[in-house]
Design a protein around this ligand. Structure first.
Ligand code: GLU
Length: 312
């Protein structure tokens, strides 16, 4: 498909789904409830560095759970696959993002790094002397993916930190089962901060395109993650990235994807492109409704599923 046709397709889908007003903005983190329900942006960044964008593509929102695959990649670089696998599994849960059930009733360790329990455990593994060294390393890692400096939205961080009773319970339960060490508050604060990193839809598409290009940013040429670890990250996004609707996403979209309760979703078409959608109206699983609709249609019309014969 030619460049102008891709742009036209994005404009068509944006116009079509702007009318979709189902769902609601996340409000369990009070600061997130301030998001504009009408905000809607779609961006595609190809591995060659071509960008197509439509709608609200340059407004900032927080990564929330979209931070999880990237921080998992950094932890893999820091600690290696064996160490991570010994603490956090790679099995889909079939449960919600903040479920505590599998921890308590089953293996006593997180099923995977895309649910909150696994992500909090992974945050505890990031190397660095104290909080500021660790958060700097995380922010520098995000800079390599976006190609520009990024920061933490202090208001969202404070709001999340204040209301995170469930995440605190998860962390303490993991401490009880020896999944994480004694620095429980540090792990939680790191996790809240990674969730509060502020990006635009344009940034998110480039982050996805960096994963699509084997870990190298399409415009800066800087490596953000080792190529062999990109495979691990994308596999987990594919099987676990959409929580208890991961199967439906794999079936209807067919590419590694990750959502966040701020309303962003990004998807990676390996070797081809990164796609990002921003629209804060969420379904009950915590995924952007317009985001899912756009991904489904883009996947069908552009033949994006990794199982689409002849896709590459
Ligand atoms: N920071 C959010 C939480 O821990 C992330 C949830 C999400 O985006 O799915 O509840």
């Amino acid at each position: 498909m030619r460049s102008t046709q891709v742009q036209q397709l994005l404009e068509e889908l944006h116009a079509k789904y702007a009318d979709l007003r189902d769902g609601k903005v996340a409000d369990y983190i009070p600061e997130l409830s301030k998001a504009d329900p009408d905000a809607f942006g779609v961006v595609i960044a190809t591995v060659e560095g071509e960008i197509h964008e439509v709608g609200v593509s340059r407004a900032e929102f927080t990564l929330q759970s979209m931070s999880k695959p990237f921080v998992y990649g950094l932890a893999l670089e820091d600690r290696g696959r064996e160490f991570l696998l010994s603490r956090v599994g790679v099995e889909p849960t079939g449960e919600a993002f903040n479920s505590i059930i599998e921890l308590e009733e089953k293996t006593h360790r997180p099923y995977n790094p895309m649910v909150n329990s696994g992500a909090i455990a992974v945050a505890s593994m990031i190397r660095g002397e104290g909080m500021s060294a660790r958060i700097s390393r995380i922010l520098d890692m995000f800079r390599r993916y976006t190609g520009r400096p990024v920061g933490v939205n202090a208001a969202v961080f404070a709001s999340e930190r204040e209301t995170a009773h469930r995440n605190r319970a998860i962390a303490h339960l993991m401490r009880h089962f020896n999944v994480i060490g004694p620095e429980i508050d540090l792990a939680l604060d790191l996790y809240f901060q990674q969730c509060s990193v502020s990006v635009t839809c344009h940034d998110l598409a480039l982050m996805a395109a960096t994963l699509a290009k084997g870990g190298v940013h399409p415009l800066t040429g800087e490596r953000a993650l080792r190529a062999d670890l990109v495979r691990d990250v994308l596999t987990l996004m594919f099987t676990c990235g959409m929580y208890d609707s991961a199967g439906d996403w794999a079936y209807s979209v067919g590419i590694p994807g990750k959502s966040g309760v701020s309303g962003g979703i990004f998807g990676v078409v390996p070797g081809r492109m990164g796609i990002a959608v921003y629209s804060p109206l969420l379904d009950p699983h915590g995924h952007s409704i317009r985001g899912e609709a756009v991904f489904r249609e883009l996947s069908t019309r552009l033949g994006l599923s990794v199982f689409h014969a002849g896709a590459h």
